[in-house]
Design a protein around this ligand. Structure first.
Ligand code: ADP
Ligand code: MG
Length: 711
């Protein structure tokens, strides 16, 4: 196991430092050699002539064949950016991929990232409008660019990468290009895809030619479990340890597929613990950091960028990498040296229930296509083994052939608002969708836009809707920002919206959970998680944006920096529209009321002492354990929430207490109010006239809000 190297202690911190200090930088010769060894290199000229002769080309190739990193460079070398002001844009469904690929291509071309080669993801632009010729962006960014310039004149070539993933934004882009290409005959569109779905893309663009990059893959042995697995985290950990102990480090790295950040972190923690037990029994090792031949590397989109890049480091066979990833590692990132894959069989998918109008992240079985793609990751450098933590019967009988495209399982209000403001078709339903969204979803998303005031009763964009579309935010967030402008608290709302746009503000290390919780509790204010976030930011600003302050208070410094950047960008958008930014000081109520204006459809009322009932759906929901409201004695009777999380329980996350009258004001289309009479006769007529500040506390037993029965 290479434990004789014990003296080279690699602690967690040490790894981060060494990674920051010096990423492995290959020589020019090495880079040239790697580039020329890629399967795509052998068909370079064939590909270029196909592109020259056709406006649209579909390119199919195994992961790692060089599609993402090489194609744009070939087009660049071929002179597609030589005309004045023209550049090439490559879209990715995932932010991490856009960043990491841009970084790689900049390295290969020996240029500084952000100059000739750059990337742009939501709230982070590393491009230079004058110099950047190759731009890697998320599909959402390109979609937003079409708002500013609907002919996309600055691009000579567009590469829609990872199209097989069928992300919502990619699908919409494809429809958009179907309309645009007729007007821009000079524009080249290249769609790259894994083998699944390729035919469909070609058919969508009038039988555009398909080109398959011949690739070499090694056989992968697939091993299923004999019986269904109870706990896939535990099963994955024990499989990884078995592989590690039975095979020499140089035999290859392990890639574990999990569903999301929580799973990944738990797997990583248990794996550390179990490995330490083994090493301690065998060699008396005391700390995990003293184990020198294994490195555990989590990767998910919310992970800070510098840690993400660690997965690409070449450890030269002295150490085994155990990478624990979401389906980001299925196709969009190529990691060398994987010989063992462990597949939990699930992924986290956004699922929308149009009947009740709820969007939630749900852990769902993967499709056969995903399973094969995952297994394939083990056979890139040599023959490999894939351990599937499910039975062969499950694979054969229960899994879909392919994942349902996002457009058919997600809320479309954001997308429809964007399409409305793009004005590409007179009626939204006529937009050329590659797969149509279900009518129910379509209608309930339109309903939501109408409910929050972005569309009028005829389905036309309202002035508010038009303004909302200018912000790269979900419609509800744009709305609360704009309503805050009207109510003189836009400064606070800018902060709240920015804080809601970053992952994980609070830090809760396993060993110091109690301490972390106490630190977090100190920020709680005004029966509101939203205001608590505001409070964190305000205090951080008062402490000169210090990182020490963050560490001391168990706050993620990087998240706050990100929130500050986002805030600056939203501020720029407000300023560009001459919208004033004002503060309401400590008037929490007005801020809460503005928050309510965008989330009245996501409200719940108390049921019993500690639970809530979703007002619109009648479903029982629980406060998420991290909510500030737990610190209170009694829970507030009415709340709105930012997100619904479905795990074993249905949790409402990021919650704020609201006055039921606000719910009536902003949700009058949805709710009915009823005054509950006690002994004396009630006077309902005066109800709305008698509002005052502490209405919740005073009338909480006397009114009841219920869902209005409406069509
Ligand atoms: P594809 O898009 O066809 O899956 P890529 O262009 O992403 O392939 O990757 C081609 C090759 O480029 C990989 O096999 C790998 O050797 C190299 N590569 C890609 N990204 C990185 C990176 N961030 N660091 C090091 N090598 C990379
Ligand atoms: Mg790729």
């Amino acid at each position: 196991l290479g434990l004789e190297n014990n003296h080279s202690i690699k602690g967690k911190n040490h790894q981060i430092l060494s990674n920051d200090a010096g990423m492995y930088a290959p020589s020019k010769e090495e880079i040239k050699c790697t580039k020329e060894s890629l399967p795509v290199f052998r068909c370079r000229s064939q590909l270029l002539s196909l592109i020259r002769e056709n406006q649209v080309v579909v390119i199919i190739g195994e992961t790692g064949s060089g599609k993402t990193t090489q194609l744009a460079q070939y087009l660049y070398e071929e002179g597609y950016t030589n005309s004045e002001g023209k550049s090439i844009v490559v879209t990715q469904p995932r932010r991490v991929a856009a960043m990491s690929v841009a970084k790689r291509v900049a390295l290969e071309m020996d240029v500084k990232l952000g100059r000739e080669v750059g990337y742009s993801i939501r709230f982070e632009d590393m491009t230079d409008s004058e110099y950047t010729k190759l731009k890697f962006v998320t599909d959402g960014i390109l979609l937003r660019e079409t708002l500013l310039d609907d002919t996309l004149d600055k691009y000579s070539c567009v590469i829609i990468d990872e199209a097989h993933e069928r992300s919502l934004n990619t699908d919409i882009l494809l429809g958009f290009f179907k309309i645009l290409l007729a007007r821009r005959r000079d524009l080249k569109l290249i769609i790259t895809s894994a083998t699944m779905n390729a035919k469909k893309f070609s058919a969508f663009f009038g039988n555009a030619p398909q080109f398959t990059i011949p690739g070499r893959t090694f056989p992968v042995q697939t091993i299923y479990t004999a019986n269904p697995v109870q706990d896939y985290v535990e099963a994955a950990v024990s499989q990884a340890i078995k592989i590690h102990l039975a095979n020499d480090c140089s035999s290859g790295d392990i890639l574990i597929f999990m569903t999301g950040q929580e799973d990944i972190e738990t797997t990583s923690d248990i794996l550390q613990e179990k490995l330490l037990q083994v090493y301690s029994k065998k060699f008396g090792t005391e700390k995990f950091e003293d184990i020198s031949d294994v490195e555990i590397l989590p990767i998910y989109s919310a992970l800070p960028a510098d840690l993400q890049f660690k997965i690409f480091r070449d450890l030269c066979g002295t150490k085994r990498k155990i990478i624990i990833a979401t389906n980001i590692a299925e196709t969009s990132l190529t990691i060398k040296g994987i010989r063992y894959v462990i597949d939990c069989g699930y992924s986290k998918l956004k699922v929308y229930n149009p009947k009740i109008g709820l969007d939630s992240l749900t852990i769902t079985p993967i499709s056969k296509a995903n399973a094969d793609q995952r297994s394939g990751r083990a056979g890139r450098t040599g023959p490999g083994t894939a351990y599937r933590l499910y039975t062969e019967d499950t694979f054969k009988e229960d899994m879909y052939l392919q994942t349902i495209p996002e457009i058919q399982r997600t809320n479309l209000s954001n997308t429809l608002l964007l399409l409305k403001s793009l004005n590409v078709t007179d009626e939204l339903i006529k937009f050329p969708f590659i797969d149509k969204p279900p009518l129910q979803t379509f209608l309930s998303s339109l309903y939501e836009l109408w409910f929050i005031g972005a569309l009028d009763i005829k389905g036309q964009l309202t002035p508010l809707g038009l303004q909302m579309a200018k912000f790269p935010l979900q419609p509800s967030l744009s709305k609360i920002l704009l309503i805050a402008v009207q109510n003189g608290c836009s400064s606070e709302m800018l902060t709240i919206v920015s804080m809601l746009s970053v992952p994980q503000v609070f830090y809760r290390p396993k060993e110091r959970q109690k301490e972390a919780d106490i630190a977090r509790n100190k920020f709680f204010i005004a029966k509101s998680d939203h205001l608590t976030l505001l409070n964190v930011f305000v205090q951080w600003r008062a402490n000169k944006f210090s990182s020490q302050w963050c560490n001391k208070h168990f706050v993620q410094y990087k998240s706050l920096v990100k929130a500050r950047d986002i805030r600056d960008q939203l501020l720029t958008i407000l300023k560009s529209q001459d919208i004033p930014v004002t503060s309401s000081g400590k008037d929490w109520n007005i801020i809460k009321k503005c928050i309510c204006s965008g989330f009245a459809h996501q409200a719940a009322k108390i049921s019993g002492l500690r639970n809530y009932i979703h007002l619109k759906t009648g479903v029982n929901v629980k406060l998420h354990p991290t909510s500030a409201l737990h610190g209170l004695g009694d829970l507030p009777p009415y709340v709105i929430y930012h997100e619904l999380l479905m795990t074993s329980n249905e949790y409402i996350c990021c919650v704020t207490s609201v006055d039921p009258f606000w719910l009536m004001e902003y949700g009058v289309l949805l709710y009915d109010i009823k005054r509950i009479t006690h002994d004396q006769e009630s006077d309902t007529t005066g109800l709305f006239g008698e509002r005052h500040e502490h209405v919740i506390d005073e009338v909480e037993d006397e009114i009841d809000i219920n869902i209005r029965v409406c069509k």
